[in-house]
Design a binder for this molecule. Structure first.
Ligand SMILES: [Zn+2]
Length: 436
């Protein structure tokens, strides 16, 4: 704890306030009580009320909800039936999937294995008119191939449907967003490991399924919950987390953990003895799981002056479930060093990853010239509890209070530094990495 002792008293007080916050687990559990919190659902609306009442209790700052229209796709009816046995298979329509015709489609399955480019190259000739079956990969690896890339390869090869399977049995189907926007693309379901084993190509030929998915486009007024704690300056640090999740489980790691993190940070910033130079704005976005739409619409509503005033975005998305924390950065030259030094003040380890991974709301800030990073647990740790993201197992029991406190403390150290650093230092942070 040497660095901690040497750090200025105000910082030490601020960090110990976060590290010893005893309410963070209860806040996290209250959000988990709202279920998976699919964007536009009753569960998400309930979580917004929980968040507002928790942030109101802080008793400081300006609390507001801004709503923006989003077009989502709601599924009315879906099923996946194994033709040979007549078995109904456990499946979840991917968010925004294309529908099937009213009586569904009956087609053969081609098992494309992991569904990497070389797998599609090998089996391309079999795919026209059939349904591609691929496997979900742990999403937080540097060489991960995203579900949407696999779905695009399937569609380009002429497949008329897409199934992605979780790789571990006993977990059930996987969810996820699809690459389609409402009715574009091909019908796409997440399925279980057991269903994939039944459908995998055998020596006797291809298995066949009936895939049915009916739904409609709906317009929803989705919220951004904003708490602004004014500092001495108009310049601000924006701390964000997404509210929305997936239909299965409690979306606990992804992202009740990040929401509980911003509440703990807001409590610390609002405490009596904390004075920060810059303003801190806490934003909880919806529709992150829908092409990061909530943060895009909120950023688009700001003036250029307001955008210029944002010195840093700290985005908390899946910050617990594993003790190893990584900052996924966004190609700003000195941001990695800035973050590492801040974590050192908190006497915590923070891994750094570059280049930009477009997997959360921070990329929308970075695209507008604002230094931004995503704080994430479990990067490059495929056996961590984060492997259960998007499944029914993403529940509260995967997360400990210590993980929540530690992640919030690291974020707090960065927040404190960004809120108090000189104008010159924060201006330098806006420089892009050389070669970009
Ligand atoms: Zn997330």
């Amino acid at each position: 704890m040497t660095e901690m002792k040497d750090a200025p008293t105000a910082l030490a007080n601020f960090l110990s306030c976060i590290e010893r916050d005893t309410q963070v687990l209860a806040d996290f559990q209250a959000l988990c009580d709202c279920g998976g919190r699919l964007a536009g659902s009753c569960g998400e609306e309930q979580a917004i009320q929980v968040l507002i009442s928790t942030l109101s209790r802080i008793g400081r700052g300006k609390l507001e909800i801004k709503r923006n229209k989003h077009v989502l796709w709601e599924t009315d009816e879906f099923s996946l039936t194994h033709i040979e046995s007549g078995t109904e298979l456990a499946a979840t329509p991917l968010l925004g999937t294309a529908p099937t015709p009213a009586d569904g489609i009956v087609r053969e399955i081609v098992d494309v294995g992991l569904g990497r480019p070389k797998d599609f190259d090998r089996l391309r000739h079999l795919l026209p008119g059939r349904i591609a079956l691929v496997r979900h990969e742990y999403p937080f690896m540097s060489d991960h191939v995203h579900r949407n890339t696999k779905s695009d390869m399937a569609e380009k090869a002429g497949a008329c449907g897409f199934l992605i399977a979780f790789q571990e049995s006993g977990v059930g189907p996987i969810s996820g967003s699809s690459s389609g926007k409402a009715s574009e693309g091909i019908p796409s379901f997440g399925i279980s490991a057991e269903a994939a084993a039944l459908l995998a190509q055998s020596e006797t030929g291809f298995a066949s399924v009936r895939m049915l998915c009916l739904g409609r486009s709906v317009e929803r007024n989705l919220p951004t919950v904003i708490l602004t704690l004014a500092g001495e300056s108009e310049e601000m640090v924006v701390v964000s987390a997404h509210i929305d999740g997936h239909p299965l489980g409690e979306s606990a790691i992804d992202n009740a953990s990040g929401l509980a993190g911003i509440v703990a940070l807001a409590r610390a910033v609002a405490s009596d003895d904390i004075r920060l130079r810059r303003t801190v704005r806490f934003c909880a976005f919806s529709a992150e799981e829908w092409d990061l739409g909530g943060s895009i619409r909120w950023l688009d509503s700001l003036s250029q002056r307001e955008l210029d005033n944002i010195v840093l975005n700290i985005n908390l998305d899946a910050i617990a479930g594993d003790p190893v924390l990584t900052a996924l950065t966004s190609d700003f030259e000195i941001l990695p060093a800035f973050l590492t030094e801040a974590a050192n003040y908190a006497d915590k380890d923070l891994q750094i990853f570059e280049p930009t991974k477009s997997n959360s709301d921070h990329v929308n800030f970075a695209e507008r010239g604002i230094p931004a990073f995503r704080l994430l647990a479990g990067f490059e740790r495929p056996s961590s509890a984060l492997r259960f993201l998007l499944t029914g197992k993403d529940r509260r029991d995967l997360v400990t209070a210590k993980e929540l406190n530690d992640a919030a403390t690291i974020a707090g150290a960065v927040l404190f530094r960004a809120a108090n650093a000189s104008r010159e230092e924060m201006a330098k942070l806006k420089a892009r990495r050389r070669g970009d």
